[in-house]
Design a protein around this ligand. Structure first.
Ligand SMILES: *Cc1c(COP(=O)(O)O)cnc(C)c1O
Length: 490
């Protein structure tokens, strides 16, 4: 199977090459030439398997130049550090199903992909005969940084350097990063905000002479969800959830379900779309947004307009105005020429509008909804008080949008809500929603929430306080170049 660019102006490449390159040479994202199918017979076979084996069956359809046995080995290793459950489906009394994707080592759904992506990349270097070391640079506002550090930790032929804004991440997220173990990792604070960190990293990425000066031994790569190697593992959990719901007799093989996804960069929900095209009976995909409701507006009107106010919310991983992976969806609906045109318009004019037929095609699958800060806090509390289900502030956005969809459409198909983080990861906001006054110290808030809810604290967070701090550095923006140079030559 070959991979082509969403903008149509790059050579087609193997899956290993697509994963190694990250971005296509014309600035587009890689997509498989065609989407492989998953038959009813194959779904039946998956029913008796555990998560790593299910993931292997799905992923190998896309990564045809990888050795199947080695791929299975990677899947088993990647998911070996989960807390006993991989991606469980939890049914609540009010009838919503939650797909919990935060049982990995860093307690956010990014682990589902980022425990595997680094292994896929490392293998891609072997397959393509690349002898140089991949240097991963990440700017993070919280979740991605830690999940990437943990995933790349001591993976062959890779090194990772993460920059975070010194006052832009929560104390818990900071502690998670600065205590990271491993010989190939480094973490550094930047005196500035997330945009400062992000633009500094982008400048290094696009600096051709910098890249040439290290080209004998090293090259730069990224761990963002624009990489197909990060998207493909995410398809598997939709297939797995469907199997689980058959096994618990909540549905029968062939029945449709709906899915509601708390959306930021459009990676998670796009993986659901691919699963649907493969033949998994997913009906409507509800795209859930917070106050940054650019996608809700897009699915309702066909206008994607980023010239709007940016809100900082209690679901920070969804505070995003450019959802990169939407480009992949546009490509499937409009083709590469139009996609390139729309992306150019977005860059130069800050907006683009799809035509009526394209909008109709998108609306056939997606339903856009959003949730305000107040509504999010209300449903979080309602779910805990009445359904005995505790969720985080991203999942509550999705739960609200799921209920809104059901109320307005009267659709009775079972609704699977994707749960993307442990409630303990966003502890202060969760406490406030429940009416508990959080402590100044986030670690104490974790204890408070535990006393109130009796929900178990994930090991990864419980043990954090005692871990040794390894990375205390904080630099000015203009020192990033030197920092990267030191890191590469290390
Ligand atoms: C990254 C993230 C999201 C958004 O997922 P996308 O794939 O970017 O749409 C939602 N919730 C949490 C907790 C996240 O970390």
């Amino acid at each position: 199977m070959y991979y082509i660019s969403t903008r149509g102006k790059a050579d087609k490449v193997s899956s290993a090459m697509a994963i190694k390159n990250g971005l296509a040479s014309d600035g587009g994202l890689y997509m498989p030439e065609s989407i492989p199918q998953l038959s009813t017979e194959e779904i039946k076979e998956l029913l008796g398997m555990d998560y790593p084996h299910r993931a292997h069956k799905v992923i190998k359809k896309f990564l045809t130049d990888y050795d199947s046995d080695r791929l299975l080995d990677m899947c088993i290793k990647a998911y070996s550090r989960f807390d006993g459950q991989y991606a469980p489906v939890v049914k609540t009394e009010s009838g919503l199903y939650f797909l919990e994707l935060w049982h990995g080592p860093t307690c956010a759904f990014k682990d589902m992909a980022l425990q595997l992506t680094p292994r896929l990349l490392s293998e891609a270097l072997k397959i393509t005969g690349e002898k140089r070391c991949a240097n991963i640079l990440v700017a993070t506002s919280g979740d991605t940084g830690k999940a990437a550090l943990d995933g790349f930790c001591d993976v062959d032929q890779t090194k990772i350097l993460v920059f975070y804004p010194v006052n832009g991440v929560s104390p818990l997220q900071k502690r998670q990063m600065i205590t990271q173990e491993g010989n190939n990792v480094e973490v550094c604070a930047i005196n500035g905000n997330f945009d400062d960190a992000q633009s500094a990293v982008k400048t290094v990425f696009s600096d051709k002479s910098f890249a040439e000066s290290i080209a004998d031994t090293s090259f730069f790569s990224s761990a963002n969800s624009i990489n197909w190697g990060r998207l493909v593992p995410q398809i598997a959990y939709y297939v797995s959830a469907y199997c689980d719901m058959i096994n618990t007799k909540d549905i029968s093989l062939g029945d449709e379900i709906n899915v509601c996804v708390p959306t930021g960069n459009f990676g998670d929900i796009f993986a659901a779309y691919i699963a649907k095209v493969m033949g998994l009976p997913l009906k409507t995909l509800v795209c859930a947004s917070n106050d940054n409701k650019i996608l809700t507006d897009f699915f309702n009107t066909g206008v994607y307009n980023k010239k709007r106010e940016f809100y900082q919310t209690t679901s920070p991983s969804m505070d995003i105005l450019i959802s990169s992976n939407l480009e992949r969806m546009l490509y499937l609906v409009c083709g590469s020429e139009k996609t390139a045109e729309y992306m150019e318009k977005l860059k130069t004019e800050g907006e683009y509008t799809v035509n009526a037929d394209e909008l109709k095609e998108l609306q056939r699958v997606y339903y856009g909804a959003f949730c305000t800060e107040k509504q999010g806090a209300e449903i979080l509390r309602d779910l805990f008080d009445n359904d005995k289900y505790l969720c985080d502030t991203h999942t509550s956005v999705a739960a609200h949008c799921a209920r809104q969809y059901i109320a307005s459409t009267k659709d009775t198909v079972p609704m699977l809500v994707v749960s993307t983080a442990s409630p303990y990861k966003f502890v202060n906001s969760v406490c406030k929603a429940l009416g508990i006054t959080p402590s100044e110290d986030e670690f104490e808030s974790v204890e408070l929430l535990n006393k109130y809810t009796k929900v178990r604290i994930p090991d990864g967070l419980a043990k954090l306080k005692d871990k040794q701090i390894r990375f205390n550095g904080c630099i000015e923006k203009d020192q990033i170049n030197n920092k990267v140079r030191d890191f590469v030559s290390r």
